[in-house]
Ligand binder design. Structure first.
Ligand code: ZN
Length: 381
């Protein structure tokens, strides 16, 4: 089956303001890079639908949805905005916020439907991945939590068990808390420890509650973790989690803010990890879920030097194409180089001239291994 790519320029309108680090221009850059390289064609692209209020209400309260709608039309008081997390520097209100956010959720649900109705077995919607949104509150650049909605939609509409995999540098807190007492949605998050990073949660001991005890998996890794240690603990823990929970389908959130050039976090991954992560997830889907894999985007705040090349690898993994090496397509460089105010990347792979090696590498690797052992012990219980 041919994988499908959910996209429309309309999705670029999820935009807080011109100085906000969350910039969906990265969707267009990624789409253009893939197109210019000849990896993405018109027939691969599906134009998404918009999510309905009932779909948003799978996770969010009616009061919150109404507040988001009112805020986007300038009709919410300052006091009410504060109550719903819609007035912070991180997540400020913007014009027609409800409509723009519902479009983004609709894109993720479009990808889900394509896979769950058998039109394809793999679908990618990079606009989604807003894993910090809560049931009744915006948080961390996220208004509606498309990833949590998608998991609930798979559980409720299709009656299937979904494994949510979150490799964003930040803990996938909004999704975790949505399903914390449930055993029909398993959440797995590998992330930088919350010691110095938003949202501060995601310790290995957060394992779920009541019926959901054991169905939440967290693997916090040390700041400055590099590729080899990341890939070691990720691959071993993820495969064990899949063997334990036997999901019907995988939904992965693919924030790329653990890259060493990302300005918001303290991890030290390179293109090596971003080539391997989606290829490993694809292998897991092919081996354990009949190939069924839905992928969304997530964090990524270096939109020129990091995101387009790293996100491209998810699509290439779905297409079963090896990670390209060497020059990026001329057309792409010509189109964007002049618009970019930092050094424009010209190769698919990272050049490591600005990579700082960490003297604590051995210590970090050992620490991550200890956390892995603990997570594996939990999974065996
Ligand atoms: Zn993030």
């Amino acid at each position: 089956m041919n994988p499908l790519y959910v996209y429309t320029d309309e999705l670029l309108k999820y935009r807080f303001n011109d100085t906000h680090p969350f910039n969906q221009m990265r969707l267009k850059l990624t789409t253009d890079l893939l197109t210019d390289a000849g990896f993405l064609n018109d027939e691969d692209i599906v134009v998404p639908r918009i999510a309905t209020d009932d779909e948003l209400a799978l996770v969010h309260t009616k009061e919150y949805i109404e507040a988001v709608r009112a805020a986007g039309h300038g009709d919410l008081t300052a006091e009410e905005s504060a109550k719903y997390g819609l007035d912070s520097e991180d997540t400020p209100s913007f014009i027609n916020m409800h409509e723009k956010c519902a479009a983004l959720v609709g894109a993720t649900l479009t990808a889900v439907d394509l896979v769950m109705t058998g039109q394809t077995d793999k679908a990618l919607s990079l606009a989604g991945g807003l894993h910090h949104g809560f049931s009744g509150k915006a948080s961390g650049f996220c208004v509606y939590n498309d990833t949590a909605i998608a998991c609930e939609y798979i559980a409720k509409k299709y009656g299937k068990k979904v494994l949510y995999i979150d490799t964003d540098a930040h803990h996938g807190d909004g999704v975790q808390w949505t399903f914390y007492s449930r055993n029909d949605v398993v959440t797995y998050s590998i992330h930088e420890t919350g010691r110095y990073l938003f949202p501060g949660t995601g310790s290995a001991t957060e394992r779920g509650t009541e019926e959901g005890f054991g169905y939440t998996v967290n693997l916090p890794i040390d700041a400055f973790t590099e590729d080899d240690s990341f890939l070691e603990v990720f691959k071993e823990s993820l495969e064990r989690a899949i063997q334990t929970f036997e999901p019907d389908v995988i939904l992965s959130q693919n924030g790329v803010d653990a890259h060493f050039r990302d300005p918001m976090t303290h991890l030290s991954l390179t293109s090596k990890s971003y080539e391997e992560i989606p290829r490993f997830v694809k292998d897991m889907a092919d081996k354990y879920t009949g190939g069924k894999w839905i992928a969304v985007g997530g964090g990524g705040y270096n939109i020129w030097q990091v995101v387009p090349r790293m996100w491209s690898q998810i699509w290439l993994a779905m297409k079963n194409i090896d990670a390209p090496a060497g020059p990026l397509p001329e057309a792409f460089i010509e189109r964007y180089k002049m618009k970019c105010k930092v050094d424009f990347p010209v190769l698919w792979e990272d050049t490591l001239d600005d990579f700082t090696e960490i003297p604590r590498r051995v210590e970090i690797t050992e620490k991550n291994k200890t956390t892995l052992e603990r997570v594996l012990m939990y999974l065996d219980q």
